[in-house]
Design a protein around this ligand. Structure first.
Ligand code: AMP
Length: 384
Protein backbone atom coordinates (compact mmCIF):
# COMPACT_ATOMS: atom_id res chain seq x y z
CA UNK A 1 0.00 0.00 0.00
CA UNK A 2 2.76 2.51 0.91
CA UNK A 3 4.48 4.36 -1.89
CA UNK A 4 6.94 6.20 0.36
CA UNK A 5 7.43 5.23 3.97
CA UNK A 6 9.34 8.27 5.17
CA UNK A 7 7.13 8.77 8.22
CA UNK A 8 7.70 5.17 9.37
CA UNK A 9 5.22 3.89 11.92
CA UNK A 10 2.89 6.83 12.50
CA UNK A 11 0.85 7.56 15.61
CA UNK A 12 -2.09 9.98 15.27
CA UNK A 13 -3.78 11.51 18.32
CA UNK A 14 -7.27 12.05 16.96
CA UNK A 15 -10.56 12.99 18.60
CA UNK A 16 -12.80 10.01 17.93
CA UNK A 17 -15.00 10.77 20.93
CA UNK A 18 -18.53 10.00 19.71
CA UNK A 19 -21.91 9.47 21.36
CA UNK A 20 -22.48 5.72 21.88
CA UNK A 21 -25.64 4.01 23.14
CA UNK A 22 -25.81 0.23 23.64
CA UNK A 23 -22.47 -0.10 21.83
CA UNK A 24 -23.94 1.67 18.78
CA UNK A 25 -22.47 4.95 17.53
CA UNK A 26 -25.13 7.65 17.34
CA UNK A 27 -23.14 10.15 15.32
CA UNK A 28 -19.96 9.39 13.34
CA UNK A 29 -19.12 12.98 12.33
CA UNK A 30 -15.84 13.09 14.24
CA UNK A 31 -14.75 9.67 12.98
CA UNK A 32 -15.36 10.70 9.37
CA UNK A 33 -13.41 13.93 9.92
CA UNK A 34 -10.53 12.06 11.60
CA UNK A 35 -10.20 9.81 8.54
CA UNK A 36 -10.36 12.64 6.00
CA UNK A 37 -6.59 12.97 5.53
CA UNK A 38 -5.66 9.37 6.25
CA UNK A 39 -5.01 8.36 2.65
CA UNK A 40 -2.06 10.75 2.23
CA UNK A 41 -0.61 9.83 5.61
CA UNK A 42 -0.83 6.11 4.79
CA UNK A 43 0.96 6.66 1.50
CA UNK A 44 3.89 8.03 3.52
CA UNK A 45 3.84 5.62 6.46
CA UNK A 46 4.64 1.99 7.16
CA UNK A 47 1.59 1.73 9.40
CA UNK A 48 -0.83 4.22 10.96
CA UNK A 49 -2.11 3.90 14.54
CA UNK A 50 -4.83 6.08 16.04
CA UNK A 51 -5.13 6.96 19.69
CA UNK A 52 -8.08 8.81 21.19
CA UNK A 53 -10.18 9.27 24.29
CA UNK A 54 -13.87 8.45 24.63
CA UNK A 55 -15.89 10.17 27.34
CA UNK A 56 -14.57 10.57 30.86
CA UNK A 57 -13.98 7.07 32.27
CA UNK A 58 -12.74 6.65 35.82
CA UNK A 59 -10.00 4.11 35.08
CA UNK A 60 -10.59 1.10 32.83
CA UNK A 61 -14.31 0.79 32.11
CA UNK A 62 -15.63 -1.34 29.22
CA UNK A 63 -18.51 1.12 28.74
CA UNK A 64 -15.92 3.55 27.41
CA UNK A 65 -14.09 1.08 25.19
CA UNK A 66 -13.09 2.23 21.71
CA UNK A 67 -14.01 -1.18 20.21
CA UNK A 68 -17.24 0.16 18.64
CA UNK A 69 -15.16 2.99 17.14
CA UNK A 70 -12.77 0.41 15.60
CA UNK A 71 -15.78 -1.31 14.02
CA UNK A 72 -17.09 1.96 12.64
CA UNK A 73 -13.65 2.84 11.26
CA UNK A 74 -13.41 -0.61 9.65
CA UNK A 75 -16.79 -0.06 8.03
CA UNK A 76 -15.86 3.41 6.75
CA UNK A 77 -12.48 2.27 5.41
CA UNK A 78 -13.76 -1.03 4.01
CA UNK A 79 -11.00 -2.98 5.77
CA UNK A 80 -10.31 -4.30 9.24
CA UNK A 81 -8.83 -1.82 11.69
CA UNK A 82 -6.61 -3.75 14.10
CA UNK A 83 -7.47 -3.08 17.75
CA UNK A 84 -4.72 -2.75 20.35
CA UNK A 85 -6.15 -3.61 23.77
CA UNK A 86 -3.34 -2.33 25.93
CA UNK A 87 -1.14 0.67 25.33
CA UNK A 88 1.54 -1.14 27.35
CA UNK A 89 1.40 -4.33 25.24
CA UNK A 90 5.05 -5.39 24.80
CA UNK A 91 4.36 -6.70 21.33
CA UNK A 92 3.04 -3.50 19.73
CA UNK A 93 6.24 -2.98 17.74
CA UNK A 94 6.30 -6.51 16.32
CA UNK A 95 2.55 -6.30 15.64
CA UNK A 96 3.15 -3.16 13.56
CA UNK A 97 6.08 -4.79 11.73
CA UNK A 98 3.99 -7.85 10.89
CA UNK A 99 1.18 -5.73 9.37
CA UNK A 100 2.67 -3.21 6.93
CA UNK A 101 0.15 -0.79 5.43
CA UNK A 102 -2.48 -1.52 8.09
CA UNK A 103 -4.47 0.85 10.30
CA UNK A 104 -4.54 0.28 14.06
CA UNK A 105 -6.59 1.78 16.89
CA UNK A 106 -5.49 1.75 20.52
CA UNK A 107 -7.90 1.40 23.45
CA UNK A 108 -9.19 4.54 25.22
CA UNK A 109 -6.19 6.58 26.31
CA UNK A 110 -8.13 7.90 29.32
CA UNK A 111 -8.08 4.40 30.83
CA UNK A 112 -4.62 5.50 31.99
CA UNK A 113 -4.42 8.10 34.75
CA UNK A 114 -0.99 9.01 33.36
CA UNK A 115 -2.74 10.57 30.37
CA UNK A 116 -4.74 12.95 32.56
CA UNK A 117 -1.70 13.69 34.74
CA UNK A 118 0.37 14.62 31.68
CA UNK A 119 2.94 12.04 32.71
CA UNK A 120 6.05 12.37 30.57
CA UNK A 121 7.31 8.79 31.23
CA UNK A 122 3.98 7.58 29.88
CA UNK A 123 4.40 9.77 26.80
CA UNK A 124 7.89 8.42 26.20
CA UNK A 125 6.80 4.80 26.68
CA UNK A 126 3.80 5.02 24.33
CA UNK A 127 5.62 6.91 21.59
CA UNK A 128 8.69 4.61 21.73
CA UNK A 129 6.81 2.20 19.44
CA UNK A 130 6.49 4.80 16.67
CA UNK A 131 8.63 7.02 14.44
CA UNK A 132 6.23 9.92 13.84
CA UNK A 133 3.53 11.58 15.91
CA UNK A 134 0.70 13.67 14.46
CA UNK A 135 -1.48 15.74 16.80
CA UNK A 136 -4.85 16.13 15.12
CA UNK A 137 -7.30 16.10 18.06
CA UNK A 138 -8.69 19.62 17.95
CA UNK A 139 -11.62 18.59 20.19
CA UNK A 140 -9.14 17.81 22.99
CA UNK A 141 -6.65 20.62 22.28
CA UNK A 142 -7.87 22.58 25.32
CA UNK A 143 -6.64 19.82 27.66
CA UNK A 144 -3.05 19.65 28.98
CA UNK A 145 -3.05 15.87 28.77
CA UNK A 146 -0.05 13.72 27.97
CA UNK A 147 -1.12 12.80 24.43
CA UNK A 148 -1.82 16.45 23.65
CA UNK A 149 1.21 18.25 25.05
CA UNK A 150 3.86 15.59 25.77
CA UNK A 151 3.75 12.86 23.10
CA UNK A 152 5.47 15.14 20.63
CA UNK A 153 8.56 15.61 22.83
CA UNK A 154 10.05 12.24 21.99
CA UNK A 155 9.62 11.60 18.28
CA UNK A 156 9.33 13.61 15.07
CA UNK A 157 5.99 15.43 15.46
CA UNK A 158 3.55 17.41 13.38
CA UNK A 159 0.26 19.22 13.67
CA UNK A 160 -2.37 17.40 11.58
CA UNK A 161 -4.41 18.94 8.79
CA UNK A 162 -7.74 18.80 10.61
CA UNK A 163 -6.28 20.85 13.45
CA UNK A 164 -4.61 23.37 11.12
CA UNK A 165 -7.86 23.70 9.21
CA UNK A 166 -9.88 24.30 12.38
CA UNK A 167 -7.55 27.10 13.43
CA UNK A 168 -7.59 28.71 10.00
CA UNK A 169 -11.39 28.77 10.01
CA UNK A 170 -11.85 29.91 13.59
CA UNK A 171 -9.31 32.69 13.03
CA UNK A 172 -11.66 34.14 10.43
CA UNK A 173 -14.01 34.82 13.34
CA UNK A 174 -11.39 36.43 15.55
CA UNK A 175 -9.43 38.41 12.91
CA UNK A 176 -11.69 41.13 11.49
CA UNK A 177 -14.75 39.07 10.53
CA UNK A 178 -16.92 40.46 7.74
CA UNK A 179 -19.67 42.57 9.33
CA UNK A 180 -22.39 42.46 10.47
CA UNK A 181 -21.14 39.60 12.66
CA UNK A 182 -23.89 37.67 14.45
CA UNK A 183 -23.43 34.99 17.10
CA UNK A 184 -26.26 32.61 17.99
CA UNK A 185 -25.97 30.89 21.35
CA UNK A 186 -28.31 28.29 22.82
CA UNK A 187 -28.16 25.12 24.86
CA UNK A 188 -28.89 24.50 28.48
CA UNK A 189 -26.50 26.53 30.57
CA UNK A 190 -25.43 30.15 30.64
CA UNK A 191 -22.59 29.29 33.04
CA UNK A 192 -20.84 27.26 30.31
CA UNK A 193 -20.91 30.16 27.89
CA UNK A 194 -20.51 33.24 30.03
CA UNK A 195 -16.81 33.60 29.42
CA UNK A 196 -17.45 33.27 25.71
CA UNK A 197 -20.18 35.93 25.80
CA UNK A 198 -17.91 38.32 27.70
CA UNK A 199 -15.13 37.81 25.21
CA UNK A 200 -17.23 37.95 22.07
CA UNK A 201 -19.63 40.75 22.83
CA UNK A 202 -17.27 43.68 22.14
CA UNK A 203 -16.51 42.18 18.70
CA UNK A 204 -19.96 41.15 17.50
CA UNK A 205 -22.84 43.19 16.13
CA UNK A 206 -25.61 40.90 17.35
CA UNK A 207 -25.86 38.17 19.95
CA UNK A 208 -29.00 36.05 19.57
CA UNK A 209 -29.69 33.97 22.67
CA UNK A 210 -32.12 31.04 22.75
CA UNK A 211 -32.28 27.63 24.45
CA UNK A 212 -32.45 27.23 28.21
CA UNK A 213 -29.82 29.90 28.80
CA UNK A 214 -32.03 32.83 27.77
CA UNK A 215 -34.25 32.48 30.85
CA UNK A 216 -31.59 33.72 33.26
CA UNK A 217 -31.54 36.97 31.26
CA UNK A 218 -35.35 37.14 31.04
CA UNK A 219 -35.76 36.60 34.79
CA UNK A 220 -33.43 39.46 35.68
CA UNK A 221 -35.38 41.64 33.23
CA UNK A 222 -38.40 41.00 35.47
CA UNK A 223 -40.38 38.40 33.50
CA UNK A 224 -42.11 35.47 35.14
CA UNK A 225 -40.28 32.51 33.57
CA UNK A 226 -42.35 29.89 35.42
CA UNK A 227 -40.38 26.69 35.85
CA UNK A 228 -38.04 27.29 32.92
CA UNK A 229 -34.35 26.53 33.32
CA UNK A 230 -32.59 29.27 35.26
CA UNK A 231 -29.22 29.63 36.92
CA UNK A 232 -29.90 31.96 39.82
CA UNK A 233 -26.20 32.24 40.66
CA UNK A 234 -25.71 34.01 37.34
CA UNK A 235 -28.56 36.52 37.53
CA UNK A 236 -26.32 39.39 38.53
CA UNK A 237 -23.77 38.55 35.81
CA UNK A 238 -26.58 38.51 33.26
CA UNK A 239 -27.72 41.90 34.55
CA UNK A 240 -24.22 43.38 34.25
CA UNK A 241 -24.06 42.17 30.65
CA UNK A 242 -27.47 43.56 29.75
CA UNK A 243 -26.63 46.93 31.29
CA UNK A 244 -23.15 47.16 29.80
CA UNK A 245 -22.42 49.35 26.79
CA UNK A 246 -22.79 46.24 24.63
CA UNK A 247 -26.13 45.21 26.16
CA UNK A 248 -28.10 46.48 23.17
CA UNK A 249 -26.47 43.78 21.01
CA UNK A 250 -28.19 41.00 23.01
CA UNK A 251 -31.46 39.81 21.45
CA UNK A 252 -33.65 37.65 23.67
CA UNK A 253 -36.69 35.62 22.57
CA UNK A 254 -40.11 37.24 22.92
CA UNK A 255 -42.22 34.07 22.53
CA UNK A 256 -41.84 30.39 23.32
CA UNK A 257 -43.19 26.91 23.00
CA UNK A 258 -44.14 26.06 26.59
CA UNK A 259 -45.25 22.96 28.44
CA UNK A 260 -46.14 22.01 31.98
CA UNK A 261 -44.51 18.60 31.54
CA UNK A 262 -41.49 17.93 29.35
CA UNK A 263 -42.11 14.15 29.72
CA UNK A 264 -45.67 14.41 28.39
CA UNK A 265 -44.37 16.55 25.54
CA UNK A 266 -47.37 18.87 25.08
CA UNK A 267 -46.79 22.36 23.62
CA UNK A 268 -48.60 25.67 23.51
CA UNK A 269 -47.04 28.85 22.14
CA UNK A 270 -47.18 32.10 24.08
CA UNK A 271 -45.47 35.43 24.63
CA UNK A 272 -42.99 35.76 27.46
CA UNK A 273 -45.37 38.08 29.37
CA UNK A 274 -48.07 35.37 29.39
CA UNK A 275 -46.12 32.69 31.31
CA UNK A 276 -47.83 31.11 34.34
CA UNK A 277 -45.89 29.83 37.35
CA UNK A 278 -46.15 26.28 35.95
CA UNK A 279 -44.88 27.01 32.45
CA UNK A 280 -41.57 25.64 31.19
CA UNK A 281 -40.12 27.31 28.09
CA UNK A 282 -38.83 24.52 25.85
CA UNK A 283 -38.37 26.16 22.45
CA UNK A 284 -38.40 29.56 20.79
CA UNK A 285 -41.52 30.40 18.80
CA UNK A 286 -42.55 32.16 15.57
CA UNK A 287 -42.13 35.88 16.38
CA UNK A 288 -38.65 35.20 17.75
CA UNK A 289 -37.74 33.05 14.75
CA UNK A 290 -38.84 35.88 12.43
CA UNK A 291 -36.86 38.47 14.40
CA UNK A 292 -33.74 36.28 14.45
CA UNK A 293 -34.18 35.59 10.72
CA UNK A 294 -34.26 39.28 9.82
CA UNK A 295 -31.00 39.86 11.71
CA UNK A 296 -29.36 36.78 10.17
CA UNK A 297 -30.33 37.75 6.63
CA UNK A 298 -28.32 40.97 7.02
CA UNK A 299 -25.29 39.24 8.56
CA UNK A 300 -22.04 38.53 6.74
CA UNK A 301 -20.47 36.32 9.41
CA UNK A 302 -22.40 33.90 11.64
CA UNK A 303 -21.19 31.67 14.45
CA UNK A 304 -23.69 29.28 16.00
CA UNK A 305 -23.40 27.09 19.08
CA UNK A 306 -26.22 25.39 20.98
CA UNK A 307 -29.83 24.44 20.16
CA UNK A 308 -32.76 26.86 20.51
CA UNK A 309 -34.87 24.35 22.43
CA UNK A 310 -35.14 20.73 23.50
CA UNK A 311 -34.89 19.73 19.85
CA UNK A 312 -34.49 16.03 20.63
CA UNK A 313 -38.28 16.04 21.19
CA UNK A 314 -40.12 16.56 17.85
CA UNK A 315 -42.65 18.88 19.56
CA UNK A 316 -39.86 21.19 20.63
CA UNK A 317 -37.75 21.20 17.48
CA UNK A 318 -39.37 24.13 15.60
CA UNK A 319 -36.87 26.80 16.70
CA UNK A 320 -33.73 24.74 16.19
CA UNK A 321 -34.96 23.38 12.86
CA UNK A 322 -35.89 26.87 11.63
CA UNK A 323 -32.56 28.40 12.67
CA UNK A 324 -30.71 25.49 11.03
CA UNK A 325 -32.57 26.07 7.77
CA UNK A 326 -32.12 29.85 7.87
CA UNK A 327 -28.36 29.67 8.57
CA UNK A 328 -27.94 26.92 5.93
CA UNK A 329 -29.19 29.26 3.23
CA UNK A 330 -27.39 32.46 4.23
CA UNK A 331 -25.06 34.30 1.95
CA UNK A 332 -22.53 34.68 4.78
CA UNK A 333 -19.49 32.98 6.27
CA UNK A 334 -21.08 30.42 8.60
CA UNK A 335 -19.34 28.46 11.34
CA UNK A 336 -20.90 25.95 13.72
CA UNK A 337 -19.22 25.12 16.99
CA UNK A 338 -19.62 21.38 17.48
CA UNK A 339 -21.83 19.35 19.80
CA UNK A 340 -25.63 19.48 19.64
CA UNK A 341 -25.71 22.03 16.83
CA UNK A 342 -23.97 19.48 14.60
CA UNK A 343 -26.60 16.84 15.47
CA UNK A 344 -29.30 19.41 14.65
CA UNK A 345 -27.75 20.11 11.25
CA UNK A 346 -27.58 16.40 10.52
CA UNK A 347 -31.26 16.13 11.45
CA UNK A 348 -32.60 19.18 9.65
CA UNK A 349 -30.13 20.19 6.94
CA UNK A 350 -26.81 19.26 5.46
CA UNK A 351 -23.31 19.76 6.88
CA UNK A 352 -22.05 20.87 3.48
CA UNK A 353 -24.26 23.98 3.64
CA UNK A 354 -21.99 25.54 6.26
CA UNK A 355 -18.54 26.99 5.67
CA UNK A 356 -17.03 25.30 8.68
CA UNK A 357 -18.29 22.79 11.23
CA UNK A 358 -15.91 22.52 14.13
CA UNK A 359 -15.13 19.05 15.51
CA UNK A 360 -14.45 20.63 18.89
CA UNK A 361 -17.43 21.89 20.87
CA UNK A 362 -15.60 22.84 24.08
CA UNK A 363 -12.30 23.50 22.30
CA UNK A 364 -13.83 25.86 19.73
CA UNK A 365 -15.58 27.83 22.50
CA UNK A 366 -12.34 28.01 24.50
CA UNK A 367 -10.51 29.21 21.39
CA UNK A 368 -13.10 31.92 20.73
CA UNK A 369 -12.95 32.93 24.39
CA UNK A 370 -9.48 34.13 23.47
CA UNK A 371 -7.51 31.35 25.15
CA UNK A 372 -4.25 29.98 23.86
CA UNK A 373 -5.09 26.26 23.74
CA UNK A 374 -2.30 23.98 25.04
CA UNK A 375 -2.40 21.77 21.94
CA UNK A 376 -2.68 24.41 19.22
CA UNK A 377 0.31 25.34 17.06
CA UNK A 378 2.86 23.48 19.16
CA UNK A 379 4.17 21.38 16.25
CA UNK A 380 5.03 22.24 12.67
CA UNK A 381 2.15 21.62 10.25
CA UNK A 382 2.19 18.37 8.34
CA UNK A 383 2.45 19.05 4.63
CA UNK A 384 2.34 16.00 2.38
P1 AMP B 1 -25.48 22.53 25.90
O1 AMP B 1 -24.72 21.25 26.11
O2 AMP B 1 -25.36 23.50 27.02
O3 AMP B 1 -25.22 23.14 24.53
O4 AMP B 1 -27.03 22.11 25.94
C1 AMP B 1 -27.63 21.31 24.98
C2 AMP B 1 -28.94 20.84 25.55
O5 AMP B 1 -29.73 21.97 25.88
C3 AMP B 1 -29.78 20.01 24.58
O6 AMP B 1 -29.79 18.68 25.02
C4 AMP B 1 -31.17 20.63 24.68
O7 AMP B 1 -32.19 19.70 24.85
C5 AMP B 1 -31.06 21.52 25.91
N1 AMP B 1 -31.99 22.67 25.86
C6 AMP B 1 -32.16 23.53 24.87
N2 AMP B 1 -33.14 24.41 25.16
C7 AMP B 1 -33.60 24.09 26.38
C8 AMP B 1 -34.64 24.61 27.23
N3 AMP B 1 -35.38 25.67 26.86
N4 AMP B 1 -34.82 24.02 28.43
C9 AMP B 1 -34.07 22.96 28.79
N5 AMP B 1 -33.09 22.42 28.05
C10 AMP B 1 -32.86 22.98 26.85
Amino acid sequence: MSTNESLGHTLIRADLNSPIQNKTIQDNFRIIKALEHLKKIRENSKTVTFTSHLGRPLGKDENYSLKPIAEEMSELLGEKVIFIDSIFDQHIKSNLERNPGKVFLMENIRFYQEELDNDTDFAQKVTSNFNTFILDAFGAAHRSHSSIVSFGKYINSFQGELMSNEIKNLQKLTNSPAQPYTVILGGAKISDKLQLINNLIPHVDNLLIGGGMCFTFLKIKGYNIGKSLCEDDYLSTAEVLLESKHGHKIHLPSDFGVTESIERGSRVDKNIDEFTDQDIGVDISMSTIKEFESILLKSKTVFWNGPMGIFENPNYKLGTQSITEIVSNLNAYTVVGGGDSVSAIQMFSNLSKFNHISTGGGASLKYLEGNQLPGVNIYKPLIL
